[in-house]
Each structure stands twice: as C-alpha cells, then as structure tokens.
Design a protein. Sequence first.
Length: 272
Amino acid sequence: MSKEQSVSEILTNYEKTIGYVEPKPPEKLVLAFSGGADSTVLLHIAAAGGVKEIHTVSFDYGQRHIRELECIVIQLDTIRRKYPNINVTNKTLDVKYLKDISPTSSLTNNEIDNPDINKIAGDAQPASYVPFRNQMFLTICCAYAESLDADTVWYGAAQVDSLAGYWDGSQEFVDSLNSLVSLNRQHRITVGAPLLSLSKADIIRQGVKLGINFADTWTCYSNHESGLADATTPSSSLRLQGFLDSGYRDPLKYIQQDKINQIYIARGCKAV
C-alpha cells in the first residue's frame, strides 16, 4: 500500500515534475472537468490547495455516458458552498462534432460495444478510446486560459490511464503537449496532470479525506437501461478496484452489486 499523501504533498510533487523552484498553487486555473471521480478529486484538491480562481471547462460531445454532465452541476455547487471565497466558473461546450469525426469509439458510436475488462488484455487501445479527444479538449482549455490570462491548465489523467491504453493520459503526452504549448511567444501556459503519479486507490483515499460524495460522480462508460454502473467496463472496473484497494465501498450501485457486496465483506471495506 502506498503512503497516503496530503493535498500539499500532491501539489508539491506535481510542481517538482514541472520544474517549479518554490512549490505554490496557481492563482488562476483552468480545469478540464468531466464530473468523473478523478477530475472531481482534482477540483477539490485545487480548492483545498489555495487556488483563488478555478475556471472549469466541460464538454458535451454526445458521449454515451452523458450522465457525467449531471454530476458537474452537483460538484460545482458543492465547491461553491464549501469554499465561498473562491471564484469558481464553468463553461460546458457543445462539441458534438466529435460524433461525426470520431465514430470509431464506443463512447461516440452506440453501435460499438463497450470493451469488456476481461477481454482487452494486450490491446494497444480500448474501443472506448476517442481519437485525440484529450488533445483537442486541452487545446481548447489552453485557448481559454490565454483569454483569462491564466498560466495553468489541469486535467484528471491518472496513473492507470496510460496502463489501460490511453496514450493521451501519459506523462509522455503531457510533456509533448507542453513542448508544443511553449511555442506561444507571448503567453506561457503549463498543462499539468497532478494525479498522474497516483494510483486509483490513492485518488479515492484523497477524495474521502476531502469529504467528496462519490455518489455524485460518474465513471461508467455504459449507458445501461437500469441506470446502474457496469463493473465489466474498464472505466468502472478500474474505479471499483480503486475503492477496494483503498478499503472503501463505492457508493455507486452496479449491475453486479450482489457479488460486489460479497467482495466488500470479504475485504472488510468501509462505507464512505
């Protein structure tokens, strides 16, 4: 089990990776915010870490798991109540053109089945990968940051993302994107992923410590008619494994809930 880190330690370790001499939170931050567990934890880390302005950008690209957009509103309301002195804004952008130009993903094409976690071993990229999605979204975030005179953009990539086949959730991607963004001759912007060195269990523990209601986050890529999450999808499987490894029960309900409850009991997992 890895050592639990505080908000200050997470920010300090992140800042070391981008070369800051003196660890400090950005005054003004643009955050790509999906309403999922990782980006929600990152939002709360930014607020707890002393960021004065948090400008979130969310994207409606016609994704199959549209429920995550509902969680955005809930989490932003929570942050505003908890941190009334922070300026928190949101822009939810309509980018449904992705369904037209990227119909090869199960997230943008309902005729493509979501990948099954038990059947994707060895795949270079899962069927849920949306071509260049993160690069497009982060480029939009950088454009917004420049207009706001902000110098920092964050997104919620985590350690497991690149391991699961998402190249645009890797440290190499972040470094390469920053090399491109640094060509800007007038406005210097740094793109960061402060959760990138953390396991999913680390992220869940940090979220619990920050008082996040994970029932108001959505990770599952399925859009099951029952309204329940599906533990066989990679996104849900990784989330659920993170909860199990952290010693907590995921407050979301799953199609496989009876079996999951047995695992919670066997592992002594606590309710959040």
